[in-house]
Design a protein. Structure first.
Ligand SMILES: *[C@@H]1O[C@H](CO)[C@@H](O)[C@H](O)[C@H]1NC(C)=O
Ligand SMILES: *[C@@H]1O[C@H](CO)[C@@H](O)[C@H](O)[C@H]1NC(C)=O
Ligand SMILES: *[C@@H]1O[C@H](CO)[C@@H](O)[C@H](O)[C@H]1NC(C)=O
Length: 278
């Protein structure tokens, strides 16, 4: 048997073992690809990607022609230039296998071409009935209508393709982080199914949300992302004095997390849990 299949079967049996042993805190079993520590490490590492992608987007002014649907910049395409660029970029990334990875969720899933390259067999750790949750429409709206105006300068420098590429990097980083809520929910469910099952059966969203909310952890995350924005976004000079200018306002990054990233991640977690027993 192919070595890869052996590995997948081992991972699958470990995850079954974990489910069976869930009440003895075995989710952090060292042989399993998914445990609380690996999920937490991934979330922390993804903060770096988000902060860097916002810093890159802040290099360009708002460039609002990119987002204007009525300008008709692309012949034969009725939506905005940014729609066109994101859709076409996703199509080529889909051909290269990007969306075979269950951590990746496309913004335009309809009509995406299949992968043309041999695909990696990703371990199936998510519950099949809940794995396809996709709230990218919500993330798209939040990013363009609420977040972007907070951190880009007025103006138009004509760099539409580069600006749209930066937007897509931000969108993908945010989408990956927010949809990672599926993994958070899976690991929490496996850790304490007895706490979640009655609430899931009762479809009690509010109680699930309460169970998933840890105010002190959220405060810590807000402080950490603001600090990352301070460190990553400062102007680096050879002297000892820094200018005190940041490429992105650290308060905007903590606001982004408080208002959107953490609430939307929890929304994904609740949606996932509600389908976890299907
Ligand atoms: C889009 O472009 C049209 C034509 O230039 C302009 O009239 C309209 O105000 C623009 N819309 C926005 C939201 O900027
Ligand atoms: C930076 O500070 C250190 C310690 O205060 C000092 O020795 C050094 O000369 C300073 N360097 C510059 C470039 O000012
Ligand atoms: C930084 O230090 C250099 C050399 O001491 C000085 O010429 C410059 O004005 C300082 N810059 C700021 C922003 O304080």
């Amino acid at each position: 048997m192919d070595l890869l299949w052996v590995l997948i079967l081992v991972l699958l049996s470990l995850s079954r073992y974990n489910m069976a042993m869930a009440d003895s805190n075995s989710v952090s079993h060292s042989g399993n690809a998914l445990n609380l520590e690996s999920v937490r490490d991934s979330l922390i590492r993804q903060e770096d990607t988000i902060v860097f992608s916002l810093i890159e987007r802040a290099r360009y002014p708002v460039n609002s022609r990119l987002y204007n649907q009525t300008l008709g910049l692309v012949p034969g395409f009725s939506r905005s230039l940014v729609h066109f660029i994101v859709k076409e970029t996703e199509a080529i990334q889909a051909k290269a296998g990007r969306y075979e990875n269950p951590e990746e969720n496309p913004f335009f899933p309809n009509g995406l071409p299949p992968s043309v390259v041999p695909t990696h067999k990703y371990p199936q750790v998510l519950h099949p009935a809940a794995a396809s949750i996709n709230i990218n429409e919500h993330i798209w709206d939040m990013y363009f209508n609420q977040l972007l105006p907070l951190f880009v300068a007025e103006g138009d420098d004509g760099n539409y393709a580069s600006t749209a590429a930066s937007d897509l990097n931000c969108l993908q980083a945010l989408s990956r982080r927010i949809h990672y809520g599926k993994y958070v929910a899976e690991v929490k469910f496996r850790e304490a199914p007895q706490d979640y099952e009655p609430l899931i059966r009762a479809k009690d969203r509010d109680a699930l949300m309460n169970l998933l909310t840890f105010k002190n952890v959220e405060e810590m995350v807000k402080k950490r992302v603001a600090k990352k924005a301070t460190v990553f976004g400062q102007e680096v000079t050879l002297g000892n004095n820094s200018s005190g200018n940041y490429k992105i306002d650290p308060l905007i990054v903590s606001h982004l997390y408080a208002e959107w990233v953490m609430p939307l991640t929890k929304l994904v977690e609740v949606e996932y849990l509600l389908r976890r027993l299907d």
